[in-house]
Write a protein that binds this ligand. Structure first.
Ligand code: GTP
Ligand code: MG
Ligand code: ZN
Length: 311
């Protein structure tokens, strides 16, 4: 019997079986892994083979090959990785320009990570009900920049069903992930897409205007309109996997497009002469903040356990 992992909490896994039954299962024997040092061998979104109940109940015997997966450092100081989600067709990054403020550097960092995992991403600017005129203008400017880079952008109000209805069609037949800082409204959005789910959402604490990490494990939900959505915890301070710096520019689509035009094939687009990327920045063909965030990533110490990260 095959199953789909809905939730991994360490020892136990919530699994949706082919026949529609939901069961709890544990891992039997040693699962073959891809040489990854991870705290959890299986994650939400994994397809697995199951052996039916003995005394100990259902057992997971095999992980089926993954299309992709998202990993993050298990803790700030750890070298171990945690697999957050597997088999993700698209990521939806929920962004709020206020209450709480999502840093634009965070968006770019997320997009770099998503590019490295080869996961297409849509930006959902949530809480537009709180926008004043200046916020709306800022949102439109960001929308133009990111849509030109190939990231669809939408302004939504998670609490207003009409503004999110289009997502049901997008998600139908897919397995998608929803991500973003704590308190941006991810769970509210999932509830809005399928009110039957009735998941717990959190109030934003007034003192810090920060969310309180209401969702603690990545959890996948079957939507009654079709498809699956993985709600991930809002994370502030986990380390990103160690991407090679020389490849960062590949994960900025506007830089990737220019790469063949730099004089040096190994150009890092920092101070090299005849750099097509820097020329594009000077001619405002590349948004200044995107290049700034590229520089920030390039100058970061990868061994610094406290560096900021998207996952
Ligand atoms: N004004 C406004 N508030 C919203 C909107 N969407 C969500 N909220 C509120 O924002 C708060 C946080 O929402 P959650 O859905 O719990 O946020 P989350 O992203 O799941 O947070 P974590 O689980 O901590 O990562 C709640 O008080 C929601 O009512 C919106 O569109 N507009
Ligand atoms: Mg949540
Ligand atoms: Zn260059």
């Amino acid at each position: 019997m095959q199953g789909l992992i809905l939730k991994s909490t360490g020892k136990w896994y919530q699994v949706l079986l082919e026949d529609g039954q939901q069961v709890q299962a544990s891992i039997r024997g040693k699962l073959r892994l891809e040489g990854l040092k991870t705290t959890n061998p299986i994650a939400a979104g994994d397809h697995v083979k199951m052996a039916p109940g003995s005394d100990e109940g259902w057992a997971i015997t095999t992980i089926l090959p993954r299309q992709n997966y998202i990993v993050r450092k298990a803790t700030n100081l750890s070298k171990q990785m945690q697999i957050l989600a597997a088999n993700v067709d698209r990521a939806y990054l929920v962004v709020t320009l206020k209450s709480p403020i999502t840093q634009i550097a965070f968006i770019d960092r997320f997009l770099v990570a998503a590019e490295s995992f080869r996961i297409p991403t849509t930006l959902l600017f949530n809480k537009i009900d709180l926008f004043d005129e200046a916020d709306t203008e800022y949102f439109e400017a960001l929308r133009t920049i990111y849509e030109n880079l190939g990231y669809p952008c939408y302004g939504i109000t998670s609490e207003d069903a009409g503004t999110i209805a289009f997502l049901r069609d997008e998600i139908k037949g897919k397995q998608v992930m929803i991500s973003g800082n704590s308190g941006v409204g991810k769970t509210t959005l999932v509830n809005g897409l399928d009110p039957n789910l009735d998941l717990r959402t959190g109030e934003i604490s007034k003192a810090h205007e920060q969310g309180k990490h209401t969702t603690t494990f990545a959890e996948m939900h079957a939507l009654s309109s079709g498809g699956y959505i993985i709600d991930t915890p809002g994370i502030r301070a986990f380390g990103l996997i160690d991407l090679e710096k020389e490849y960062f520019a590949h994960y900025f689509p506007e830089m990737r497009a220019l790469m063949g035009e730099c004089r040096f094939s190994n150009c890092k687009h920092l101070n090299e002469p005849h750099c097509a990327v820097k020329a594009a920045v000077e001619e405002s063909q590349i948004a200044p903040h995107r290049y700034q965030n590229y520089l920030q990533l390039m100058h970061e110490d990868p061994s610094d356990p406290y560096r900021r990260s998207a996952f």
